[in-house]
Design a protein around this ligand. Structure first.
Ligand code: ADP
Ligand code: MG
Length: 315
């Protein structure tokens, strides 16, 4: 395999279930060593995309290569060289921690000294020293998740797919999980992880946003935020009593100097075209300027894709 080849590349990757198009013409390019964050609401096609990339589900059309192998023809070779932690990661509850790791190591063809060495390394990575003989069914959520990651990467894969690995675990466990992910990337692995959490997205070197089967935007977190303030001028935020009613009134200005307006936490935000708000909007609340966040980027692009925004600022 050529060294320069990307870890993941797809062209027009598409998957239909009957007459329903779950993944629609996705083009991906993930360089080696990247941490690619895969975002998008439930049902947007993330898991279906990941399963195609892992060689577990055939594309209806389009093509893709993962670690130098064709996803439609070389699924078996891909599965040997990647780690995949599925959304419902499958650990054996009636096996101990060490037995689960040993089982997965065996499945990947590791034997004898190499197997013992890798199982031991994974116990260290997952911080499970002292719990080798604990039954997996008795582990708390965050610990189970670390063990599931360890099982998925026991064979030292060069590419790791993680499908919502941190859903259902507490914030401290999520932070720790992402530290491990960063270490794995430092060690040369490429990571693709789906997530709903914007703080996790900030840890990624690049991001892609899926919506209704399509990849709406992709790029580094900084580039995506920069592009938003190029498309619009500035972001303004205000606390208002009736934010829904307020938005209804404000959105009438979408074609007159506002690119978008939406709820943001307990506040309302507007993307203004240019440096100033239209006078009527400016007078309607006590606005403060804000820096763009990834949440602004994603809220705006999903709304715009769903046809809920107004015109472009330069229209
Ligand atoms: N095997 C299947 N048969 C029919 N529809 C499916 C199947 N797998 C997924 N889908 C549908 O495809 C869409 C995308 O699902 P999925 O890839 O799981 O999204 P996500 O992971 O982003 O939540 C959903 O509408 C889902 O119901
Ligand atoms: Mg999913």
């Amino acid at each position: 395999m050529k060294d320069a080849e990307a870890a993941v590349s797809t062209v027009g990757l598409t998957r239909d279930f009957g007459s329903f198009r779950a993944v629609d013409g996705v083009n991906l390019d993930i360089p080696r060593g990247a941490i690619f964050g895969f975002l998008g609401p439930n049902g947007s096609g993330k898991t279906t995309t990941i399963r195609m990339l892992c060689g577990l589900l055939r594309p209806s059309s389009g093509s893709g290569r993962v670690v130098g192998c064709d996803i439609a023809r070389e699924g078996e070779a891909i599965r040997r060289r990647i780690g995949y932690m599925s959304q419902k990661f499958s650990l054996y509850d009636d096996l101990t921690v060490a037995e689960n790791l040993t089982f997965y190591a065996g499945m990947y063809g590791l034997a004898n000294a190499k197997r013992r060495e890798r199982v031991d390394a994974m116990i260290a990575l997952a911080d499970l020293r002292g719990r080798e003989r604990t039954l997996t069914g008795a582990l708390a959520g965050g610990v189970r998740q670390r063990l599931a990651l360890a099982c998925a990467i026991v064979h030292e894969p060069e590419m790791i797919f993680l499908d919502e690995p941190t859903s259902g675990v507490d914030p401290a466990a999520r932070r720790r999980f992402w530290e491990t992910i960063a270490d794995l990337a430092d060690g040369g692995a490429t990571i693709m992880a789906s997530t709903h959490f914007m703080d996790e997205a900030e840890h990624c070197t690049s991001l892609g946003l899926m919506y209704a089967g399509k990849m709406l935007i992709s790029g580094s977190p900084d580039a995506l935020k920069r592009e938003l303030t190029v498309a619009a001028g500035k972001i303004w935020q205000a606390r208002v009593p009736d934010s829904i009613g307020f938005l209804d009134r404000i959105r009438a200005f979408v074609s007159g100097g506002i690119l978008d307006a939406y709820i943001f936490g307990a506040s309302v935000r507007v993307l203004a075209c240019g440096a100033r708000l239209p006078a009527d909007v400016a007078g309607a609340a006590a606005w403060e300027e804000r820096e763009p966040t990834l949440e602004d980027v994603f809220v705006h692009h999903v709304r715009s894709s769903a046809g809920m925004e107004g015109q472009r600022c330069d229209a």
